[in-house]
Design a protein around this ligand. Structure first.
Ligand code: ASP
Length: 727
C-alpha cells in the first residue's frame, strides 16, 4: 500500500510539469499497488487499523451520494424539425446531434416542418439527403396525409416511412381515404383534438387500424382515449413532457400548454399514457414568447426533467423506460439496438445548461445524461459529443421476430441441436474448461433445430449471440484442438457443385466438436441415376442429424428443407445465397477491424452471380455501414439486393470504377467472375479481367483497409497481394 498526498500546486507549475510525487503515484497505479491520495481516506484507514476493524475490500470501485441508472437507448417519438425538407438545411443533422446528447439514440421525425414537410417521394428524398451519412443517431421519417397525396401512397412509399401522420385539420373524407389506403402493419399518428380525434378513433375502429395520438393535453381527449382502450381499440397516446412540467398559467397567451388543473389530471392518469414525447411544443413555446427557438428546443431538457420527477418520486425509472423505450419500440416496430445504452445520474441538483441555440424555461434539474453508448462505443460523455455520425435511417426496417423455442423434451431426443452448441446433459466437458462458457448457453431460438437457409432469418441479436459463441469456440480450438459437444452426432454433406473451403470447413467444424461427417459427392451418388433431391434428402435424414447442401439451383436449400425432418444448412444455392460464408465474412470484418459499424465496405467484381455478396449485403444491413457496389454493368448487383439495402437505410453507391470509392473504403471484398454462370464463354471473356488488385491499387487505399475474397481466385483478380480472409 502506498499513501501519497498530492500538493495543491501552490507553486503554479506549468501543466507539463510532473513532480516526483506524481511519478511515484503513477508507478503505484502501473504496478497495481493500492494507493491512497486523499488525506481523509488515509486517516480513516489509520483509524481502522488502530481499531482493528475488518479491512475486506469490496468489489465496488466508487460510491456517490446520487443514484446512477442505465437505460437502453431511448426513443424520441416526435422530433420537430423546422427545415425538414428545405434543400441544404442542416436541421436534421443538428436534431440527431441534440437527440444523442439528450439521451435518445433513435429519433422519429415529425413530417411537419416550418417551410413544408414530407408529403411525397420528392420531399422524402430531400429530407433523406439532408441527413444521409451525417446522422448522429438512428432516425426514421414519417409522412403527412394531405388531400393531394391520397393516391400517391403506393406500397413502396409506405415501406420507406415509419408511419402516416394525420394532422388535426384534415377533412374527414380525406382521412377516410388515407385509412383505407394505408398499410395495416404501420401505425397512423395524429395530433387531432376533440371531435376530430373522436372521428379518427371511429374510423380506426371501422378500418381495424392502429392509431397513436400525440400530445394529449385535454381531459376530454384523455377520456376518449381511455374509453377506446377499454373497448380494446388499437390506440396508444403520448403526452409532451413540457405539458407535465409547465402550465398555461405560467406562460399566459401560449396555446400549447395545459392548464394547471389539467396537468394535475395528466399526472394522476399516467397509466393511460403510453409514451412521453418532446414534440413541437418546446419550439412553439419559445417562438410564441419571442425567444430563440431551434430544432434543439426541448430535446436536451426532456430526460433531465423526467429524472427530476424521479428524484421527487413522482415517477419511477421504470415509468420512464416504459414510455421512452419499451412502448415506443412496440408502437413504431423498432428493433432493439444492440449494446446501446444511456447512463443517467439522478438526484444531483444542477443548474440547467441551456443549449446555445435556443431558450429554455428549465432552470434547475435533479438529473442529467452522463453517457450515451451506441453499438458499444461512447458517443456522448459529460456534455461532449463524440459521435462518428453513423446514424442509420431505420424508416423501412422491420423487426425480425425470433421463432419461439421448442420446449418439448421428446422433440429434443429425436432432433439433435446441431446448431445450438448446447451440451447435452451428462456430456463430459471438464477437461476442456468449457464449463463457464458453453455449458450455460441455452438453446438459441434462432439456431436451435432450425434450418439455416438465408441470412435474412437472423436479427442482429442472433448474430451477436452467434459471434460470442464463435469467439469461445475459436479459443477452445486454439487451446485444446476441439471440444466434444457434438459427440455421437452425424452431419451429412451433399455438394452438387464443387467446393473446397465450405465443404472442408463443415467437415472440420463437425470433427472439432466431436461429431462425425458423412460426405456425399453428387457426381458419384445416386443423383447420377436420376434420384430426386427429395429422395436424396429423405435418405440422408435417416442417417444424419443435420444435412448441408450445395446445389446450383436458387431456392434448392428451401426445397430440401421442405421435405427434411432434420435441419438443412444452405451451403450455397446457385446465385442465391451463401449464409454461412456471409456470417464468417462479417465475423472476419469484426475481428480484423474491431467493429463493423461505421465502416465503408466495397464489394467488387461479379456482384450479379456472387451469392456470397448477396448474403453479405443482407447481413450488413443490420449494421451502420456504407456500401459501395463496383461492377461492370453486365455484372451489376441485382436491383432487389440494392433496394433492400437502401430500404434498410444504408447509403449505397453504385459505380463501375473502383477509384471512385477506393479512398474511403475500409473493407475491399473482391469476388471471382463466375464463368460457370455465363451463357457463353464470349460473354465471360468480355468481363473476366474487369478488375485487378495490385500494389498500385493498394497504395491509393487507406493504410488499414483489409482485402477479402471468398475464393477461389482464378482470373488474376490479384497480383501478388496477400489476402486477409477466406473460406
Ligand atoms: N466460394 C464462393 C462460393 O461458393 C465464391 C466463388 O465460388 O467464387 O460462392
Amino acid at each position: 500500500m502506498y499513501i501519497n498526498l498530492p500538493s495543491n500546486n501552490h507553486y503554479r507549475r506549468p501543466a507539463s510539469y510532473a513532480s516526483k510525487g506524481y511519478h511515484s503515484r503513477r508507478m503505484a497505479v502501473d504496478f497495481a499497488v493500492p494507493l491512497i491520495t486523499n488525506v481523509k481516506n488515509a486517516k480513516l484507514l489509520a483509524e481502522a487499523l488502530v481499531r482493528k476493524l475488518p479491512l475486506d475490500v469490496s468489489n465496488v470501485d466508487a460510491k456517490s451520494s446520487h443514484l446512477t441508472h442505465t437505460f437502453p437507448g431511448l426513443i424520441n417519438i416526435g422530433a420537430f424539425v423546422p427545415g425538414l425538407s428545405v434543400p441544404g438545411s442542416q436541421d436534421l443533422i443538428t436534431s440527431t446531434a441534440a437527440n444523442l446528447s439528450g439521451g435518445f439514440n433513435t429519433v422519429i421525425f415529425s413530417p411537419v416542418g416550418v417551410n413544408g414537410g414530407i408529403v411525397d417521394r420528392q420531399s422524402l428524398e430531400q429530407a433523406r439527403s439532408n441527413v444521409s451519412g451525417h446522422g448522429h443517431c438512428s432516425y426514421a421519417f414519417t409522412i403527412c396525409a394531405t388531400a393531394a397525396n391520397v393516391g400517391l401512397m403506393d406500397d413502396e412509399l409506405q415501406a420507406e416511412v415509419k408511419a402516416l401522420f394525420v394532422p388535426t385539420s384534415t377533412p374527414l373524407s380525406v382521412i377516410a381515404s388515407h385509412f383505407s389506403a394505408w398499410s395495416s402493419e404501420k401505425v397512423i399518428l395524429t395530433d387531432a383534438k376533440g371531435s376530430a380525434l373522436a372521428s379518427i378513433l371511429l374510423l380506426a375502429s371501422l378500418h381495424g387500424r392502429t392509431v397513436h395520438v400525440s400530445d394529449v393535453r385535454t381531459l376530454e381527449d384523455l377520456l376518449l382515449i381511455s374509453l377506446s382502450k377499454a373497448k380494446h381499440l388499437k390506440v396508444t397516446c403520448d403526452v409532451s413532457v413540457y405539458s407535465l412540467f409547465f402550465t398555461a398559467e405560467q406562460f399566459p397567451g401560449v396555446q400549447v400548454l395545459p392548464t394547471a388543473e389539467v396537468q394535475k389530471v395528466l399526472w394522476q392518469q399516467l397509466d393511460v399514457i403510453d409514451a412521453f414525447s418532446v414534440g413541437a411544443n418546446p419550439y412553439l413555446l419559445a417562438s410564441t414568447l419571442g425567444k430563440p427557438a431551434s430544432v434543439c428546443s426541448g430535446v436536451e431538457e426532456t430526460l433531465p426533467l423526467l429524472l427530476t420527477a424521479v428524484s421527487e418520486q413522482k415517477l419511477t425509472l421504470d415509468d420512464v423506460r416504459r414510455r421512452m423505450y419499451d412502448n415506443p419500440m412496440k408502437i413504431f416496430s423498432i428493433s432493439d439496438q444492440h449494446v446501446t445504452s444511456i447512463e443517467v445520474v439522478i438526484g444531483r441538483r444542477v443548474k440547467y445548461n441551456v443549449h446555445p441555440s435556443c431558450w429554455s424555461p428549465v432552470l434547475q434539474v435533479s438529473g442529467e445524461t452522463h453517457r450515451v453508448v451506441v453499438h458499444g462505443q461512447t458517443a456522448f460523455l459529460d456534455g461532449s459529443l463524440f459521435s462518428i455520425q453513423n446514424g442509420r435511417d431505420i424508416s423501412g426496417s422491420v423487426i425480425a421476430h425470433a421463432v419461439p423455442a421448442t420446449t418439448n423434451k421428446d422433440d429434443h431426443a429425436t432432433l439433435p441441436p446441431i446448431m445450438s452448441l448446447v451440451a447435452q446433459p451428462g456430456t463430459p466437458h471438464d477437461q476442456y474448461d468449457l464449463a463457464s462458457h458453453v455449458l450455460h448457453i441455452q438453446p438459441h431460438p434462432a439456431f436451435h433445430r432450425r434450418h439455416i437457409l438465408s441470412v435474412k432469418q437472423f436479427s442482429q441479436k442472433d448474430i451477436y449471440d452467434l459471434f460470442a459463441i464463435a469467439n469461445e469456440m475459436r479459443f477452445q480450438v486454439e487451446k485444446n484442438g476441439g471440444v466434444d459437444i457434438l459427440k455421437g452426432k452425424v452431419l451429412c454433406t451433399i455438394f452438387y457443385e464443387p467446393s473446397t473451403r465450405t465443404s472442408s470447413s463443415f467437415d472440420a467444424a463437425m470433427k472439432r466438436c466431436g461429431g462425425q461427417v458423412v460426405q456425399i459427392a453428387a457426381e458419384t451418388s445416386s443423383v447420377q441415376k436420376g434420384e430426386t433431391l427429395e429422395d436424396t434428402i429423405r435418405t440422408l435424414a435417416c442417417y444424419g442429424d443435420a444435412v448441408v447442401i450445395r446445389h446450383p439451383a436458387v431456392g434448392s436449400a428451401q426445397e430440401a428443407a421442405k421435405c427434411s425432418p432434420i435441419p438443412v444448412i444452405n451451403a450455397g444455392d446457385g446465385i442465391g445465397e451463401h449464409p454461412t460464408q456471409a456470417l464468417l465474412d462479417v465475423y472476419t470484418i469484426r475481428s480484423e477491424l474491431g467493429t463493423v459499424n461505421g465502416r465503408t465496405i466495397t464489394l467488387l467484381g461479379d456482384l450479379k452471380n456472387g451469392r456470397t455478396v448477396h448474403s453479405l449485403v443482407s447481413l450488413l444491413c443490420l449494421y451502420s455501414v456504407r456500401l459501395n457496389f463496383v461492377a461492370p454493368s453486365l455484372l451489376a448487383m441485382p436491383s432487389n439486393v440494392v433496394s433492400a439495402a437502401r430500404k434498410a437505410g444504408i447509403p449505397v453507391t453504385i459505380c463501375e470504377s473502383l477509384d471512385e470509392v477506393l479512398a474511403d473504403t475500409d473493407v475491399l471484398y473482391v469476388t471471382r467472375v463466375q464463368k460457370e454462370r455465363f451463357q457463353s464463354e464470349a460473354e465471360w471473356l468480355l468481363v473476366k479481367d474487369a478488375y485487378r488488385i495490385n500494389h498500385a491499387v493498394l497504395s491509393r487505399a487507406k493504410e488499414d483497409m483489409i482485402v477479402m475474397h471468398p475464393l477461389p481466385r482464378v482470373n488474376g483478380e490479384f497480383e501478388r497481394v496477400c489476402l486477409k480472409s477466406f473460406i
